[in-house]
Design a protein around this ligand. Sequence first.
Ligand SMILES: Cc1ncc(COP(=O)(O)O)c(C=O)c1O
Length: 427
Amino acid sequence: MTFTDDGYAAVDWVARYLDRVGGLPVLAQVAPGELSARLAESAPEQGEPFANVLRDLDELIVPALTNWQHPRFFAYFAVTASEPGILAELLAAAMNPVALHWRASPASTELELRTVDWVRRLLGLPDGWHGHIEDTASTSTLAALIVARHVTGRNVVVCSEHAHSSVEKAARMLDLELRKVEADGDQRMHGDVPLDDVAAVVATVGTTSFASVDPVRELADRTHAAGAWLHVDAAYAGSAWICEEERWSQDGVELADSLVVNPHKWLLVPADCSLLWTSRPDEFRQAFSLVPEYLRTPEDVYALSEYGPALGRRFRSLKLWAVLRCYGAEGLREIQREHMRLARLFAEWVDIDPDWELVVPPRFSLVVFRRNGSDEENERILERANRSGEIFLSHTKLNGRHVMRLAIGNAHTTEADVRRAWEVLNG
Ligand SMILES: Cc1ncc(COP(=O)(O)O)c(C=O)c1O
């Protein structure tokens, strides 16, 4: 077989997978260790044909997959690896540029700056902000907290009790003290916390559990008055700012020192692609720049590696560029608006059914709800529904009570899929 034959076979495999994924179980129907038991203990001594790898995808890997591309995947934050993004990943791997600095990959360095700036414009963020791509929001937030500590010389981070665990993890890795602030009845962080010794406040727009929106403007004023750094985590909901009607949730974000938004969550870009902007790029560069002799070049130009932890940076902008070009802003808005419509529709069904209750109002494309009854009953219903393979939802807790989350984020999810979820939960 030639590379071309294998390549066509791989693309055929992808096309078939995307076609049939809606008929596969959403949640993997395997027990822990089941795949490991079927995998060879060691790598082969002699090379095999690529066709063997494709065969084993079907026989070994797919049965052990939880299918994130399934239109009835409603857990965590549902995502989509869209077709242009998938193909761009293949192309990026073919060129495999490693952007240590501009000379090592002028194309990926400049495309990254431009595509991230395209997104900045689409989201309505301030002119002049500097943006680059990290792998995940966890890394973006870690980077922001590194800069905050560098700038302030302080060792305390403040966030809401509903902030994502990546904030706590970053604080732990950096040996920073974390102060979690109680949220109000709308799951928003209280603004009136003492901040005298604080390095950074992390405000969330679109919390993981409830998609609630912290009062960013109020927090920004208080944070800056205390000489601290404001990082905004809009990993999920920030993408919705492409829709004018969702910009209410951006209030105050223009005052942030740094901001993270993940196109791999709700802009149809395959994982991983996390955008990190800052209004204080010089301070980012001071915190991260370290250029050893072997990386010096004659050009005095850009090295995006001077704005974050990684040196070897892969060509992530290609998939972002491909998705933005092939869908266009209107195409992306249309999909997000449909997700939000479906979330509101599901919330209505919950709201009018006396056996169920909405736990918080639907926000963006997330519905949080529970069955009237005990926690155990709710856990049983969710586990039964997930085990069925027909739908996959996740849970969280509010005031100690078990609640279910239905998150819509797959480009192929239809009203029929959402209705099926409701039927399975009621089954
Ligand atoms: C609000 C929020 N921030 C951060 C993250 C972490 O994202 P990542 O997996 O890109 O590190 C998540 C994940 O769902 C999230 O919901």
